[in-house]
Design a protein around this ligand. Structure first.
Ligand code: GLU
Length: 283
C-alpha cells in the first residue's frame, strides 16, 4: 500500500480549520485559552519551518452570545448575526494578542458565499490570500456571519475551509473537531463503530457512513465534513479529520502519524470550484 501518510510531511500550504466546540469550554461556552495558546504556538512554529498556514476559525457566534449574556446558542437570525459581530472582534482580539507573543502577524479574512460566486471577488480574495501568505502572515478566516443571508451562506466552516483550500491550491486541509475522525457508524450510539483511518476511494458508501453525528456547539456534522473532503480532495489536497482535543495532533498529522481519518487527494481535471458551492458534490 502506498504510504499516503508520509506524503503529509511534505505539505507546504496548509489550511487548518478549528470548530467552536474545540476552542470553547463545553460547560460554560467560554474560550479555552490554554488550547488557543497552544494552537497559536504550533501555527507560528509551522510558519517558522517555512510552511504556509491559513487558519479557519469558528467561534464568533458563540463568543458573542456569551459576551451578550445568552445562555444558549440563539436561534433567531438577527440575534445570531449580532452575536457574530460582537464575537468575531473579540475572537480576533484574542488571536492578535496570542500571536503577538511570538511576533507573528495574523490577518482577518471574512467571506460570504458571494465572495466565491462572484468572479471578481473570488479573484481578489485569492490574490489577497497569496499576498498575505507571501508576506509571512497567517490569515484567519471565518464566514462573514453578520451579513450572510440564508440563501448565500456557507452555514458551516467545514465547507468554507474546503473551498478556501481549493481557492488557494493548498496541499492539505486539517479539520479539527470534537470527534476522532470518520467512523463506520455513529460512535455516540453504536458501540461497534470503528474509526476509518484511510479513505482513498470516494464512493457512495462514504456518504452513507457520514451519518449526522453533529456536535453540540458548532454546526458542521460528519456529513458536512464529508462534503468538505470531496471538495478538498477533488481540488488536489489531502484532508485529515482529527480530534482537536490536543493541539499537538497538528504536529502528529504533519509527521505522517496514523491519526484521524485521511482522505487522499485525487485532483480532478478542470476542477471548477463553482460547481461545488452548494452541495460539496460534483454530481
Ligand atoms: N461562522 C460560525 C461562527 O464563527 C461558525 C460556523 C461553524 O460552526 O462551522 O460562529
Amino acid at each position: 500500500m502506498k504510504d499516503y501518510r508520509s506524503n503529509l510531511r511534505d505539505a507546504k500550504r496548509i489550511v487548518i480549520k478549528i470548530g467552536t466546540s474545540t476552542i470553547t469550554h463545553q460547560e460554560t461556552g467560554g474560550l479555552n485559552l490554554v488550547k488557543l495558546e497552544k494552537l497559536v504556538r504550533i501555527l507560528t512554529d509551522l510558519r517558522n519551518q517555512g510552511k504556509e498556514v491559513v487558519l479557519v476559525s469558528s467561534g464568533a457566534i458563540n463568543v458573542g452570545r456569551k459576551a451578550l449574556g445568552f445562555k444558549t446558542r440563539p436561534y433567531e437570525k438577527t440575534i445570531k448575526q449580532a452575536c457574530a459581530a460582537v464575537g468575531q472582534s473579540r475572537l480576533m482580539m484574542v488571536y492578535q494578542k496570542l500571536f503577538a507573543e511570538y511576533n507573528q502577524i495574523p490577518a482577518q479574512i471574512l467571506m460570504t458565499k458571494y465572495t466565491m460566486i462572484n468572479d471578481l471577488n473570488r479573484y481578489n480574495a485569492r490574490n489577497t490570500f497569496n499576498e498575505l501568505i507571501s508576506m509571512g502572515v497567517i490569515p484567519i478566516v471565518n464566514e462573514n456571519d453578520t451579513v450572510a443571508t440564508d440563501e448565500l451562506e456557507f452555514g458551516d466552516n467545514d465547507s468554507l475551509s474546503a473551498l478556501v483550500c481549493a481557492l488557494i491550491n493548498a496541499d492539505l486541509l486539517i479539520l479539527l473537531s470534537d470527534i476522532e475522525g470518520m467512523y463506520t457508524d455513529d460512535p455516540h450510539t453504536s458501540p461497534d463503530a470503528r474509526l476509518i483511518e484511510l479513505v482513498d476511494t470516494f464512493d457512495k458508501s462514504i456518504y452513507e457512513m457520514g451519518k449526522n453525528t453533529s456536535s453540540s456547539v458548532g454546526t458542521g456534522g460528519m456529513s458536512a465534513k464529508i462534503a468538505a473532503a470531496k471538495i478538498a480532495t477533488d481540488s488536489g489536497a489531502n484532508m485529515v479529520i482529527a480530534s482537536g482535543n490536543d493541539m499537538e495532533i497538528i504536529e502528529s498529522v504533519l509527521r505522517g502519524d496514523n491519526v484521524g481519518t485521511l482522505f487522499v487527494a485525487h485532483a480532478v481535471k478542470n476542477f471548477d470550484l463553482l460547481r461545488y458551492l452548494n452541495t460539496g458534490r460534483e454530481d
